[in-house]
Design a protein around this ligand. Structure first.
Ligand code: NAD
Length: 448
């Protein structure tokens, strides 16, 4: 099949590459000329494990193409996937301007004949509030009387595991308005689905809602365990044991119930806000989702409060080392990264910050924060008064603790992801703070 993918970011590029890999002819369109130039040179503009290799293979097979030219992109696309960003706008509402701009482009391309396909199917893959795909249809229909139809096909991939998630999805959800959409999407997704990984068809509104319901549920689990962790810590319980006991209940399960600095990234924060927005628009307040969002925002500040308690409010003259800038491991995405909040709080109190991240340095520098970037995880500790771990990259899981101790001015660690063991850290002479576990030194003080 001939496919057009509009927007070549974390979703569009993975989608285009994986569809090319099953034999389709794919043209990826993007408005960012630097990004298009990179991709045309065969370079992958984002860090996503396995993506660069898969891109190369499909470029060499002449199945995967990149362009900034709309007429070229829309020329042969039987299915046109809209994969552009839908961030939270300055007014707190979903910013659908990119989606609507693409809808206008598509309408013009169909009307002018630049789109040579008769009856193309326009598929919204971006995460959009319920009713948006219908608006896309209205915008295109306002520009042309030629036949086309729309569909919604939300994406559930996780950055860091995107290729696997796309190729072996738990499920593929499609909202369609016409039989043609169902037929083309069934054919396209056939190599990716099975009875255990089903392809589900439904109405467009339900399909749009599935995406938000899923992300809101996952965000809810994270905020839930973080709230319990705060209580556990206060009452001297250990969240690791609480989690073990709770998750042994098969009705609860053990996924997405890890305490930490809260969720970040380009999806959960904005998708939770979009659910709240849909509630406000409909007069059906989404109180649970409001609480999920509030707990999440508070979590990073709550974690910072213990840093401020340790050092005092004035941190002038203190140097703090940060391990991890990405919002989670295996990605260079730093959107809504907890590390940013922690670093801003440190700088506000006068501390100097030096940071190491295996991959995300180049994206984090775009925030323009006045910090030092260090290329080696141990060099980053040099002359620092404490280490704060913000992202649980694999290389941080079993570090050389003797080396950490010898590099730091003081053996103080704030573990924002609970990757190390409380008791062992105290035995090795660290003052160790984590989440949902009362620090050993405080337990000793309160027992004496
Ligand atoms: N990132 C994820 O993990 C993830 C997962 C599932 C769903 N989603 C959803 O997918 C959508 C895209 O997310 P993303 O993270 O890939 O975004 P992104 O910001 O990484 O990429 C968007 C791309 O679209 C391009 N673009 C913007 N306007 C354009 C236009 N008019 N024409 C052509 N290209 C244009 C941008 O230059 C950019 O390259 C969002 O709605 C997001 O919520 C994201």
């Amino acid at each position: 099949m001939n496919l057009t993918i509009v927007g070549s970011g974390y979703v569009g590029l993975v989608t285009g590459t994986c569809f090319a890999n099953t034999g389709n002819q794919v043209t990826c369109l993007d408005i960012n000329p630097d990004r298009v130039a990179m991709m045309r040179r065969g370079e992958c503009p984002i860090f996503e494990p396995g993506l660069a290799e898969l891109m190369t293979r499909n470029i060499e097979a002449d199945r995967l193409h990149f362009t900034g030219d709309r007429d070229e992109a829309y020329g042969n696309g039987e299915l046109i996937f809209i994969c552009v960003g839908t961030p939270t706008g300055a007014d707190g509402r979903s910013d659908l301007s990119a989606v609507m701009a693409v809808a206008r482009d598509i309408g013009e391309a169909i009307e002018s004949g630049a789109c040579k396909v008769k009856d193309p199917v326009i598929v919204v893959k971006s995460t959009v509030p319920v009713g948006t795909t219908a608006k896309v249809r209205d915008v295109i229909a306002g520009l042309t009387k030629k036949p086309f139809s729309v569909a919604d096909n939300p994406e559930f991939l996780k950055e860091g595991d995107a290729i696997k998630d796309f190729q072996v999805p738990d499920r593929v959800v499609c909202g369609v308005e016409r039989e043609r959409g169902r037929v083309l999407l069934s054919k396209l997704y056939e190599p990716f689905v099975s009875p255990a990984n089903p392809l589900m068809f439904m109405d467009i509104e339900s399909s749009e809602m599935v995406k938000y319901a899923s992300n809101a549920m996952l965000a809810c689990k994270i905020s839930f365990v973080n709230e319990i962790a705060r209580l556990a810590e206060h009452y001297g319980a250990d969240i690791a044991r609480v989690r073990e006991g709770m998750c042994a209940d098969k009705r609860i399960g053990d996924k997405f119930l890890f305490p930490g600095l809260g969720y970040g990234g380009s999806c959960f924060p904005k998708d939770t806000l979009a659910v709240i927005e849909m509630g406000q628009d409909s007069g059906i307040p989404c109180l649970l989702n409001e609480a999920v969002h509030d707990v999440n925002q508070a979590q990073r500040h709550w974690f910072f409060a213990r840093i401020a308690k340790h050092f005092g409010d004035d941190m002038n003259g203190k140097t703090i080392a940060i391990w991890g800038l990405a919002f989670k491991p295996r990605t260079d995405d730093v959107r809504e990264a907890p590390a940013k909040t922690i670093i801003e709080e440190l700088l506000n109190r006068g501390a100097s910050v030096q940071a190491f991240d295996p991959i995300a340095r180049h994206t984090f520098t775009e925030y323009g924060l006045d910090i030092k970037y260090i290329d080696d995880m141990y060099d980053c500790l040099s002359d620092a008064d404490a280490l704060i771990l913000c992202t649980e990259w694999d290389e941080f899981r079993s570090p050389d603790f003797n080396r950490i101790k010898s590099c730091l001015n003081e053996p103080v660690i704030f573990d924002g992801r609970n990757v190390w063991h409380d008791d062992k850290m105290a035995d090795q002479g660290f003052t160790y703070y984590s989440i949902g576990r009362r620090p050993q030194h405080e337990a000793v003080e309160s027992n004496s």
